[in-house]
Design a protein around this ligand. Structure first.
Ligand code: FAD
Length: 406
């Protein structure tokens, strides 16, 4: 077994930003473990703008940004080990690894999980029909196009209307692929108003409120059928389906471990310092929740570095905690899930909240029927919503704090 000070699982945006900042803060022996042959994470295959504006004050494409994150980490002294998959998390910061040299173990003082998010698969979306070739996530399409320069289809249907579905349109454009349609099961598309005309500008028919979607084909995809919002049966000839969005944290390792998982985010349960239920484990980046931008994850991870440095010097240990709970059908999740009562400063200042559906009302933090904080909110799913964590520092009660819309 080898040892290190901090082991970071995942060499994407968050892992590299965190590792760089740790080295800048004077921590030695920072190791990044990345299963892919190259570090950089998702931006490696996002061959479009805009990345890097806040981080490097430059407008960059994803692959250039990923390469810059890798080069900056290496220059700071980070040990990046690629082709290295973490296969198990053990109590007290011990990891099992599959490396090019074989199976081994790594004992760290702290482990930080930065394994990111991925899109829901066809099976996870309960899509019916046949199982032909030609059904890809946006991520798989991007890596085929930008990393392997392959064109998997010519006239695909895009399923989904999140920001990443719009990335899929841009990725298609890069290879001369012309989507046959964009299909959304919800009554409205997700992105902000100013982006909504984009499919029409690109000549891509948009169908919302779609039901009974089926994928048809023999060896490869031949068509999709569905019922549209007006109740009319539709048939679209196509040679592929891009199953885009509906992100979920890449939490396979977590589920197989001793760490507690939050069913609402699908990621780890953490406190305001990013500590998991085993305090030797911290978590940051998109593993925390679906889904944030690369820039957000970069900054979030850099902030986590200072918390780790403090914890190495003076561990917080088992201080009492207040549980935070989303207690409203309109609220999808609230993060962090626990608030540690300690004099230590430097934790997150705000709770991150997302909605399940468009909603309005007074967003409130209540504890034992007492309102700790409240403010008017009118918002939609996928928008960032914040509530301050400071009211939790001043309550003497340790009962669960509920996040509600009143
Ligand atoms: C398809 C897709 C498209 C996206 N497009 C954009 C976009 O255009 N703009 C934007 O701002 N954001 C985009 N995002 C959001 C994206 O998650 C963030 O940009 C950013 O990459 C998050 O950083 P991260 O470090 O949390 O995760 P990632 O960058 O995903 O890095 C996680 C890393 O962990 C590694 N890993 C996972 N499990 C293991 C393991 N067991 N052992 C070792 N290594 C492991 C992975 O290989 C990966 O390199 C997209 C996400 C996806 C999935």
């Amino acid at each position: 077994m080898t040892t290190c000070t901090i082991a970071i699982v995942g060499g994407g945006t968050a892992g590299l930003s965190l590792a760089t900042r740790l080295c800048e803060l004077g921590i030695r022996d920072v190791v990044v473990l990345e299963r892919e042959p190259e570090a950089g994470g998702v931006p490696r295959h996002c061959g479009h703008y805009p990345f890097g504006v806040r981080e490097y004050k430059r407008l960059m494409k994803g692959p250039d940004y990923a390469a810059r994150n890798v080069a900056t980490a290496r220059a700071a002294g980070v040990d990046i080990r690629t082709g290295t998959t973490v296969t198990a998390l053990h109590p007290n910061a011990r990891l099992s690894l599959a490396t090019p040299e074989g199976l081994t173990e790594l004992q760290a003082q702290r482990v930080v999980l930065c394994t990111g998010v991925r899109e829901s698969s066809r099976a996870q979306r309960f899509l019916s029909g046949q199982r032909p070739l030609g059904i890809l996530s946006t991520g798989a399409l991007q890596s085929m196009v930008f990393l392997h320069h392959k064109r998997p289809f010519k006239r695909p249907v895009i399923l989904g209307s999140e920001l990443v579905s719009f990335s899929a349109i841009m990725t298609c454009g890069h290879m001369g692929i012309k989507p046959a349609a964009m299909i959304e099961e919800n009554p409205e598309i997700f992105v902000r108003k100013f982006m909504r005309p984009f499919p029409a500008i690109k000549g891509i028919p948009l169908h919302t409120g779609v039901r009974d979607l089926r994928i048809l084909g023999g060896k490869t995809v031949e068509a999709v059928t569905f019922t549209d919002a007006s109740g009319q049966a539709r048939h679209i000839d196509t040679d592929g389906v891009i199953v885009s969005g509906r992100f979920r944290p890449e939490s396979a390792l977590l589920h197989a471990s001793h760490l507690r998982v939050d069913p609402a985010t699908g990621g780890p349960e953490i406190d305001q310092f990013g500590r998991a239920s085993d305090p030797a484990y911290f978590c940051t980046g998109n593993l925390l929740r679906p889904v944030e931008t690369s820039s957000w994850c970069w900054h979030e991870a850099a902030e986590t570095a200072a918390r780790l440095v403090d914890d190495l010097a003076n561990p917080i240990g088992d201080a009492p905690q207040i549980r935070l709970q989303a207690a409203d059908p309109a609220i999808r999740f609230a993060l962090p899930q626990r608030f540690t009562r300690t004099d230590r400063s430097g934790g997150m200042e705000h709770m991150q909240i997302r909605l399940n559906k468009p909603a309005s009302g007074y967003l409130s933090l209540t504890q034992s029927d007492k309102t700790l904080w409240s403010d008017y909110l009118g918002s939609r799913p996928e928008r960032r919503i914040f509530a301050p964590l400071s009211p939790l520092a001043s309550t003497a009660d340790t009962a669960t704090v509920k996040v509600k819309l009143l």
